[in-house]
Design a binder for this molecule. Structure first.
Ligand SMILES: C[S@@+](CC[C@H](N)C(=O)[O-])C[C@H]1O[C@@H](n2cnc3c(N)ncnc32)[C@H](O)[C@@H]1O
Length: 118
């Protein structure tokens, strides 16, 4: 993995959170960089739905790909309450972190699935 210092700030913070609690499933930087490119291409006013927040690395990549844009909503859902709580803070206002089972959330209708739990 790239050195944490080379990562976008929000990704770096997420990896630090993950290391603190021994969470080994954070998004690899190569995948994260691809997601960042895809996020940059989301149409104006678009919505991104991530299933499985973990400690927030993938959200960090998605946000980094958006750069200065604030027109996109990023909803991220985590079923584990402890992880969701740890990853709930520090995001721009257009990030909507939720706790719950994505299957239940999706039953209420959400947005574009760009990143899934596994
Ligand atoms: C591989 S980890 C995600 C890593 C995270 N996206 C990242 O990049 O750091 C998968 C996460 O999905 C969560 N998860 C699994 N099934 C879920 C579901 N049905 N709804 C919401 N979250 C779920 C797990 O608790 C776990 O934290």
């Amino acid at each position: 993995m790239a050195m944490n210092a080379d990562l976008p700030e929000l990704v770096r913070v997420a990896h630090e959170r993950a290391e603190e609690v021994g969470f080994d499933y954070s998004c690899d930087p190569d995948v994260g960089q691809l997601l960042a490119v895809l996020a940059a291409r989301v149409p104006e006013g678009g919505r991104i739905l991530e299933i499985g927040t973990g400690l927030g690395a993938r959200v960090g990549w998605l946000v980094s790909g958006l750069g200065p844009r604030t027109d996109v909503t990023v909803t991220t859902i985590e079923s584990d309450p402890e992880r969701a709580g740890l990853a709930a803070q520090g995001w721009p206002e257009f990030v909507d972190p939720r706790v719950g089972d994505a299957a239940v959330e999706l039953a209420h209708g959400s947005g574009v699935i760009l990143a899934t739990a596994r």
